[in-house]
Design a protein around this ligand. Structure first.
Ligand code: COA
Length: 260
């Protein structure tokens, strides 16, 4: 499928999705959110895709936020709809995707941009990256999961400070906070993302999806993550990947997972 605001490139099992509105610092307008949502769902259904990397085009921004121009005259009702639709079609979709998603933060990740990176399963950043949730400086609050995912990643106190000051932190600080897992130079960002993706892709995709569901369950209210883990663990024993993984270990050879 052809998209207007995103580019896609697949190398082996690794799909790179590039958010491509460089003249607007890759800000997320409605169309881009819809296209990204569709691309993630399609990639998840494509058995050849083992890991997804998302990055912003250009060398300045990952995503500089939701498109401010688009929502500047919204009513409370329209604001609520914007957040709920966005969370449903993109942010929650990414967080709950069975295929692992790595955000490669190559510059500004602000507002909806940081929220999108936080919806990914893990984040790495280049040393020029700047991250923040500046919404309260615009008289609004984060609406794409930021008030929930930021405290989960960095703790409540630091999240409160970042949200209330609306300030930006650099990549070094983000690493110290645990918001990103690694920091690289700009040139090495995608190489590092692909190195991690390659290690993930060597493992059982079925087990990885189960692990994503179990980890996510621990952050859902009213759901017992330990019970989800027990169920997912048990189900693994019925997969072809388990049969292959254990046989390969016992036969002292590298596993060739069928992904089933
Ligand atoms: N929504 C819409 N357009 C945006 C945008 C956003 N979130 N962020 C940047 N842009 C646009 C600018 O309007 C500008 O467009 P123009 O050339 O047509 O005027 C273009 O992207 C380049 O941005 P500019 O502000 O000129 O770049 P800069 O290097 O001076 O500043 C930032 C970079 C990221 C500090 C600044 O763009 C910014 O503060 N953006 C908004 C961040 C934000 O508050 N995001 C949260 C939204 S809820």
């Amino acid at each position: 499928m052809e998209y207007k605001n995103i580019l896609q490139e697949q190398e082996g099992g690794i799909l790179t999705i590039t958010i491509n509105r460089p003249s607007k610092l890759n800000a997320l307008n409605k169309e881009t959110i819809e296209e990204l949502g569709k691309a993630f769902v399609a990639a998840d259904l494509d058995e050849s895709v083992k890991v997804i990397i998302m990055v912003g085009s250009g060398d300045k921004a990952f995503v500089a936020g939701a498109d401010i121009k688009e929502f500047s005259n919204f009513s409370p009702k329209e604001g609520k709809h914007l957040a709920s639709q966005g969370q449903k079609i993109l942010f929650d979709t990414v967080a709950k995707l069975d295929t692992p998603v790595i955000a490669a933060i190559n510059g500004f990740a602000l507002g909806g941009g940081l929220e999108l990176a936080m919806a990914a399963h893990l984040r790495i950043a280049s040393d020029n990256a700047r991250m923040g949730l500046p919404e309260v400086s615009l008289g609004v609050i984060p609406g794409y999961g930021g008030t929930q995912r930021l405290p989960q990643l960095v703790g409540k106190g630091i999240a409160m400070e970042m949200i209330m000051t609306a300030g930006m932190i650099n990549a070094k600080k983000a690493l110290q906070y645990g918001l990103v897992n690694h920091v690289t130079t700009q040139e090495e960002l995608l190489t590092k993302a692909k190195e991690i993706a390659g290690k993930i892709a060597n493992n059982s995709s079925v087990a990885i999806s189960a692990a994503i569901r179990a980890v996510n369950a621990g952050f859902e209210t009213g759901i017992n993550g330990y019970q989800v883990e027990i169920n997912e663990f048990g189900e693994s024993f019925g997969t072809e990947d388990f049969e292959e993984g254990t046989s390969a270990f016992l036969e002292k050879r590298k596993a060739e997972f069928p992904g089933k």
